[in-house]
Write a protein that binds this ligand. Structure first.
Ligand code: NAP
Length: 297
């Protein structure tokens, strides 16, 4: 339980509703900041504005998946007012407080470092990335279905990268009856992909594997789908780039060549906000309960 813990939830989107509910179920005292338009009445939860006074007794601050922008702005789907996290506000937090976010920009990292506050970036964690790979894979496949006139079953799919997202996606496509080629760069990944009945190849030889591909799913966060690769893809191919911005595709050349390419960021929050919120909520509360236990010992 989180009895006695004070948690400030600042801004966010539908995912935060799951976090609010879970923290409240675990008996934490929850303060919502930047939720003035939220209709969903959670009982026993107060709303306030972003001030030093509101932060001064908190044990944890929960920010949206993208914590702040480069100027410290915190987005909220539930408020039309602009909110900024500043050095001054951060200094008001107790030193033992923890700040949670999905992924922090340098601004938030230095704000926390300067105030000597622990920052937890949830999307950095293996467990969260693996859970998130499920809605990501489902969202990527949804996009492939919506933007093509063939079935996944029987199609020729290429998955680039065999990390947390690539692994789940390749296995799901294989389960749907697709022929799945996997672009890897380590022998142990090659062996695993082979064991799973997939067709692995080394990305150093990507160009020669590009032909006869219907769908390319990229999870490698660096330029991998180069003009040479695109030139070797059939015109019918669809590229769905999942890697963080700017993705791993030369989008300018893809457009010029007439190959459809789409950057698809933030799929868990788009296709399954409730599940994505639950993943965040479970992880945050688990970390907080462990922190409370450590303090007791
Ligand atoms: P990950 O586990 O690090 O997977 C990336 C994989 O690519 C790693 O296994 C890495 O190998 C491999 N790789 C890097 N360069 C390569 C190359 N030249 N050839 C072959 N493989 C290469 O990361 P992830 O969690 O799967 O996430 C992948 C990307 O998707 C990230 O940019 C992430 O931000 C993004 N993402 C997007 C969404 C969305 O909704 N669009 C959702 C989740 C994640 P090593 O193991 O050797 O490093």
């Amino acid at each position: 339980m989180l009895t006695g813990m004070q948690i400030g939830i600042i801004g966010g989107d539908a995912r935060q509703l799951e976090v609010i509910q879970k923290c409240s179920e675990l008996d934490a005292t929850v303060v919502l900041i930047g939720f003035d338009n939220l209709q969903n009445g959670f009982s026993g939860i107060s709303k306030t504005e972003l001030t030093a006074e509101a932060l001064k007794d908190l044990d944890a601050v929960i920010l949206p998946a993208v914590g702040t922008d480069d100027q410290g702005r915190v987005d909220s789907l539930f408020s039309s007012q602009e909110m900024y996290l500043t050095e001054e506000l951060m200094a008001a937090l107790p030193k033992q407080a923890t700040v949670f976010t999905g992924m922090a920009k340098p601004y938030l990292r230095s704000l926390c470092a300067n105030a000597d506050i622990v920052l937890v970036e949830l999307l950095d964690r293996d467990d969260v990335a693996i859970y998130n790979s499920i809605p990501t894979a489902e969202g990527a496949i949804m996009m492939a279905i919506q933007n093509s006139d063939i079935t996944i079953h029987g199609s020729s799919c290429m998955v680039l990268g065999f990390g947390r997202t690539g692994f789940t996606l390749a296995r799901t496509l294989h389960g749907m009856g697709a022929h799945v080629k996997v672009g890897i760069h380590r022998p142990e990944y090659y062996a695993r992909a082979h064991e799973m009945g997939l067709s692995p190849f080394y990305t150093s030889e990507l160009i020669s594997h590009a032909s006869k591909t219907d769908f390319v799913f990229n999870t490698i966060p660096s330029l991998i789908i180069t003009p040479q690769v695109i030139a070797n893809l059939p015109h019918r191919a669809l590229i769905i780039d999942l890697a963080s911005k700017p993705g791993g595709t030369d989008f300018r050349f893809a457009e010029k060549r007439g190959v459809k390419a789409m950057l698809a960021p933030g799929l868990p929050g788009i296709v399954a906000p409730k599940t994505a919120g639950r993943i965040m909520a479970d992880t945050i509360t688990r970390i907080m309960m462990q922190q409370a236990k450590d303090k007791e010992e």
